[in-house]
Design a binder for this molecule. Structure first.
Ligand code: AMP
Length: 304
């Protein structure tokens, strides 16, 4: 069946109160693909990099068996680069720079073999590009999408068009409020559903995630980690775990959507334990299952 992932492929430099990395692999498509690769195959990545994208970076993706036929390499250009610095409160970060480089003129080409992908995850990129990708493939079974403050503020009309063709929107709480002008997250989710997606997931950082559909509200806790080193990519790892589980099971029932939210939270929890993609590179499936089960115990209680 296959999962098609489009988004940024980046070289990140990140500093948190607990350390820093330079020239590390990053980008929304990278985190989504690696997280999803624990659940389903093939993962088909669509993105662009420059001549500075190293063999070591490529190897990390190859090690997870990600199909890179849709990754354009513009030899004379530079890869998208992002720098971020986190505050002591890790929910607060400053983007130090966002150099679009080859991403600025990115025109996604979709290899023929990618066009029949049943599952699609639109990582955070220009909503026009997100829609372009959908217009170049066969109609998928499920489209999961992400966005960010930048697009909500700068391309609201284009984003509104893209929301109409998304089945599940994954956003964080501040993005949901900004998108709908509504401070209450449940009302905000309902407004988003009225814009197009059938379901909305609102991520609340260390306070977990909320899944809202027409019929269901499901609140998932975040895993209570004592050591968080780098929150970069947590939201994308969440989306990857979520859509990866749905692609694996091919079951879009409300109960399975809840399981997918917990798998998303599980992958996000591994992501933040190390810098860049290190926390996601080499996970044993049993380790993922263990953490998934401990999520159940986090909020299970007896009546008496
Ligand atoms: P997250 O922490 O989930 O917001 O994702 C962080 C990743 O998004 C980093 O690896 C960055 O390279 C990438 N990123 C940051 N800004 C942008 C942007 N404007 N467009 C696409 N990707 C971005």
């Amino acid at each position: 069946m296959g999962l098609l992932v489009v988004g940024s492929v980046a070289i990140d430099s990140v500093e948190t109160p607990f350390g820093k990395v330079e020239e590390a692999l990053g980008g929304s498509a990278v985190y989504i693909s690696i997280a999803a690769s624990y659940f389903t195959a093939p993962i088909r990545l669509v993105g662009v990099v420059g001549g500075d994208f190293s063999k070591a970076h490529m190897q990390i993706l190859e090690d997870r068996d990600i199909d890179l036929e849709g990754l354009q390499i513009i030899k004379e250009g530079k890869t998208f680069r992002w720098g971020g610095k986190y505050h002591y409160d890790l929910n607060v970060r400053d983007s130090l720079y966002t150099d679009l480089n080859v991403f600025e003129k990115f025109d996604p080409t979709i290899p023929t073999g990618f066009k029949k992908s049943a599952y699609v995850c639109l990582g955070n990129i220009d909503p026009v590009l997100q829609r372009k990708v959908l217009s170049r493939i066969n109609k998928p079974r499920l489209v999961v999408g992400d966005t960010m403050n930048y697009w909500i503020e700068h391309k609201p009309k284009e984003l509104a068009e893209t929301l109409k063709v998304m089945d599940v929107l994954v956003v964080n709480d501040s993005e949901a409020r900004l998108l709908t002008n509504e401070p209450n997250l449940i009302k905000s989710a309902r407004r988003i559903i009225a814009m197009g997606p059938k379901s909305v997931i609102i991520k609340k950082g260390e306070h977990g995630a909320l899944l809202v559909t027409g019929e269901t509200i499901f609140s998932a806790p975040a895993y209570p980690l004592e050591n968080i080193y780098d929150p970069t990519g947590a939201g994308d790892a969440f989306a990857g775990g979520f859509v990866g589980w749905l692609a694996r099971t091919d079951d879009l029932s409300p109960e399975n959507l809840k399981r997918a939210v917990i798998y998303g939270s599980t992958l996000a929890s591994f992501c933040v334990e190390k810098f860049s993609v290190e926390g996601l590179r080499d996970l044993a499936y049993l380790h993922i299952q263990d953490r998934y089960r401990s999520f159940m115990n986090l909020s299970r209680f007896d009546e008496k």
